[in-house]
Design a protein around this ligand. Structure first.
Ligand SMILES: Nc1nc2c(ncn2[C@@H]2O[C@H](COP(=O)(O)OP(=O)(O)OP(=O)(O)O)[C@@H](O)[C@H]2O)c(=O)[nH]1
Ligand SMILES: [Mg+2]
Length: 241
């Protein structure tokens, strides 16, 4: 009885925290994505940011300019941020999404660093996989890397041999859509990635076009992910902070 009361107390007084891994090949835009999130969403305990959509207000243009001026170096270790999720007015998400913090881990995408990714798998509630839509020569490598992630042995529960990957949502972002040479979503889906749908059948996944630099599709993408994290709550409980 005490445990039930204490767990209910925790659930009603603390915020839910979901851990999200940001993966993808080097130069895909992972750290740029993280930096933009920092500008759009406040850390826990701070008031809301003014605007989030590129169309919402001119102030967002200065955010984009600030981001462009920033020198982002290739990631060698990890970058971590925690933000307070706030649904946009357009999303009409219910109040159950008002109590969520998202912790992001941005890891280096260079080939030599990818073996470190699997250490984070069991602690994550969701994955964002970023694809450089202009880097056509490496689409196959993107596909293979995604397959390696989903088939990694660290997802397997050693005790009961169950696959813990099932239901961990994967959001794939076709990034750099602001560039003229970017391959669009239709071409991406019918090209190398055509087998993705059947390969990821058991997984909650989505491929969306974005420009993380120009804030195109960023808010909508995050809102899709949050709805899926909450949907998967019975399988993978959030932390309470
Ligand atoms: N035009 C354009 N450039 C982008 C976009 N996103 C990232 N970039 C550029 O792509 C380059 C690499 O971005 P990063 O964020 O460092 O890439 P990363 O995935 O973190 O790379 P690693 O840390 O090496 O794994 C930078 O020059 C960014 O400015 C985008 O949406 N549009
Ligand atoms: Mg990086």
């Amino acid at each position: 009885m005490f445990h039930l009361a204490s767990s209910l107390y925790t659930q009603y007084t603390k915020r839910e925290q979901y851990n999200v891994l940001i993966l993808g090949l080097d130069n895909a835009g992972k750290t740029t994505f993280l930096e933009h999130l920092k500008l759009l969403y406040p850390p826990p305990g701070e008031p809301p940011r003014k605007s989030r959509k590129s169309t919402e207000a001119n102030s967002d243009q200065s955010t984009i300019q600030a981001l462009k001026a920033k020198r982002i170096l290739p990631t060698v270790g990890q970058n971590t941020i925690t933000v307070k999720f706030e649904a946009s007015k357009e999303s009409q998400l219910s109040t159950q999404y008002n109590n969520i913090n998202l912790k992001f881990w941005d890891l280096g995408g260079q080939r030599s660093l990818r073996s470190m990714w699997s250490r984070y798998f069991t602690s994550c509630h969701g994955i964002i996989f970023i694809i450089d839509s202009t880097d056509t020569e490496r689409f196959q490598e993107c596909y293979d890397t995604l397959m390696e992630i989903t088939h990694d042995l660290s997802w397997t529960n050693q005790e009961n041999n169950a696959a813990e990957m099932v239901n961990v949502p994967i959001l794939m972002l076709a990034n750099k859509q602001d560039l003229p040479e970017a391959v669009d979503l239709v071409a991406l889906k019918t090209g190398v990635f055509i087998r993705l749908v059947s390969e990821l059948e058991a997984t909650d996944s989505k491929l969306l076009p974005v420009s993380v630099l120009e804030n195109q599709g960023l808010v909508e993408s995050l809102e899709w992910l949050v709805t899926r994290l909450v949907y998967n709550k019975p399988n993978k409980q959030p932390q309470y902070k």
